[in-house]
Design a protein around this ligand. Structure first.
Ligand SMILES: [Zn+2]
Length: 501
């Protein structure tokens, strides 16, 4: 596992400005390289980690360009691997591909083959000694493009630098350095053969941690410090590859296979591991809602247009509040938990407690931003994101699969009427969402009716044997018999022998 350790530095203002010059040029180059890599993908069908770059288009040196290109391609490939997963889910689970004929089956296999090997934009692909026909290639290309367009491509405008030894080296002080500092960073600048030397203080956590120093140096702008036209504070960090690390700084992230996430406005995020994050958003939003609604009503009464400076200020305040909360909660979560896959419901930020106006605002903005933030983190940490249908997840028991309206006894309480389990409602929902992963019957494009059928079906598959043997008046049987969701199934479970006639 890789960990980064920040080292506080003692660069003077002149050197700091030189680093900023490099950083700005580096970001420009990164964006340009990314554009070239997209072009390369669309034209030749692949990206090139070590492709040749024309130095005339760039300010930074050739050696910087090489390290920059590796970083950019790494980020783009991780983004593409998420789209690859979207593609696979689409082909396996979408009703578009229900065709069970031999032709339908072959088409599916060909599409999955193209996707698995990342050949969407190749002209000619051979599978098992046969050339895949042009119309299939075209279909794969169009599908993949459509999935790509649904997500923002990674931007490099604010990227930090991940530098290898060609341009940045950390060493013990030599004769030319002051021995007061334990390390010196030698960093290439925009001036050829004029590197700068930056003294670094010790980081006790890095010193205490086992593991091999990697020959990588990261230079990032500290979050929130580059404001109002100011240059932000620069963080210099080294990377250590380690076996299990003991760190005082913060606990080691927990590695999990699949993490289910339930998103809402009362609790912003509940996880299948039982965490509740970002609580009571709704209180602050309700207050803003009241202010916005009052203002809008007042202006309408005076026959003025609703939009005004004051109105926009309030709306912006709501947006930045939501944006900050989403950022804070998700950053914190993925610093602690490293999943291979995240399963989320199709996002819905509506709440019956807010006005229609604010629901619309929150819905449009919150959804977009949440998904963007999650995509950004999925690139950073390399996890996959899968969306599943959310219907009835809050009414379904994660332990026994029983679904009933009255399982949800209040906004926050879950009480299963079949197995009796009591829990907080949100983590239960998150776990149900997690369990829905990779199941075609819970794909986001299903109807609510289909989701209910699938959920009832799952429960019955598991419990019918037990149910059919129950006495006419047994309490559990009465519970299921009285549940309208099971109305269509009573006769099948208890043929010719029902209590409700
Ligand atoms: Zn239950």
């Amino acid at each position: 596992m890789m960990r980064t350790y920040p080292y506080s530095h003692a660069a003077n203002a002149v050197k700091e400005r030189q680093i900023w010059d490099v950083l700005r040029a580096y970001r420009q180059s990164a964006q340009r390289i990314a554009n070239d890599q997209w072009k390369s993908l669309f034209i030749t069908g692949s990206m090139e980690k070590d492709g040749s770059i024309c130095p005339a288009d760039h300010i930074i040196s050739k050696r910087y360009l090489q390290t920059c290109q590796r970083q950019v391609v790494g980020v783009l490939k991780s983004w593409l691997s998420n789209r690859k997963n979207d593609f696979r889910m689409l082909v396996i689970h979408s009703s578009l591909w229900k065709d069970k004929t031999e032709d339908g089956e072959r088409l599916r296999i060909q599409l999955l083959f193209i996707n698995k090997h990342g050949l969407w934009f190749k002209d000619r692909v051979v599978m098992r000694k046969e050339v895949i026909p042009a119309h299939v290639m075209r279909l794969a290309r169009n599908l993949f493009r459509r999935l790509m367009n649904k997500h923002n491509k990674p931007s490099f405008r604010h990227v930090g630098m991940a530098l290898d030894a060609k341009v940045a080296r950390v060493e013990a002080p030599n004769k030319a350095h002051s021995a007061e500092f334990p390390y010196w960073l030698t960093l290439a600048t925009l001036n050829p053969r004029k590197p700068i030397h930056i003294p670094l203080h010790e980081n006790p956590y890095a010193l205490a941690a086992d593991g091999d120093e990697k020959a990588f140096v990261q230079i990032n702008v500290r979050r929130g410090t580059a404001i109002a036209g100011q240059l932000g504070a620069l963080d210099i960090a080294r990377i250590k590859e380690s076996a299990p690390v003991f760190s005082l700084e913060r606990p080691r992230p927990q590695i999990v296979d699949t993490l289910g996430i339930d998103v809402g406005l009362r609790t912003l995020v509940a996880t299948s591991m039982g965490e509740l994050l970002g609580r009571n958003l709704i209180d602050r939003l309700s207050r803003l809602d009241a202010q916005i609604s009052r203002l809008a009503a007042e202006r309408q009464r005076q026959r003025l247009p609703v939009h005004s400076r004051r109105y926009d200020t309030l709306v912006n305040r709501m947006r930045s509040f939501l944006k900050n909360e989403i950022g804070r909660v998700l950053n914190g979560l993925f610093a602690r938990v490293h999943p291979a896959k995240v399963v989320i419901e199709s996002l819905d930020f509506r709440s019956p407690d807010l006005s229609r106006r604010l629901n619309r605002l929150v819905q449009n903005f919150g959804r977009t931003w949440f998904r963007q933030k999650l995509d950004m983190l999925s690139e950073e940490y390399g996890f996959l994101v899968e969306e599943v249908h959310a219907a009835y997840s809050s009414q379904t028991c994660k332990s026994c699969d029983y679904v009933a309206k009255n399982n949800r006894s209040s906004q926050s309480k879950f009480h299963c009427r079949f197995c009796g389990r009591k829990a907080h409602a949100d983590p239960n929902g998150a776990e149900v969402i997690r369990q829905r992963r990779s199941l075609p019957e819970y794909a986001p494009w299903r109807s609510k009716r289909q989701i209910l059928q699938a959920t009832v079906g799952r429960f019955l598959k598991r419990w019918t044997g037990r149910l059919s043997g129950m006495q006419v008046n047994s309490a559990l049987r009465l519970v299921v018999e009285g549940n309208p969701y099971f109305a269509d199934h009573r006769a099948a479970i208890w043929p010719g022998n029902t209590t409700t006639d």
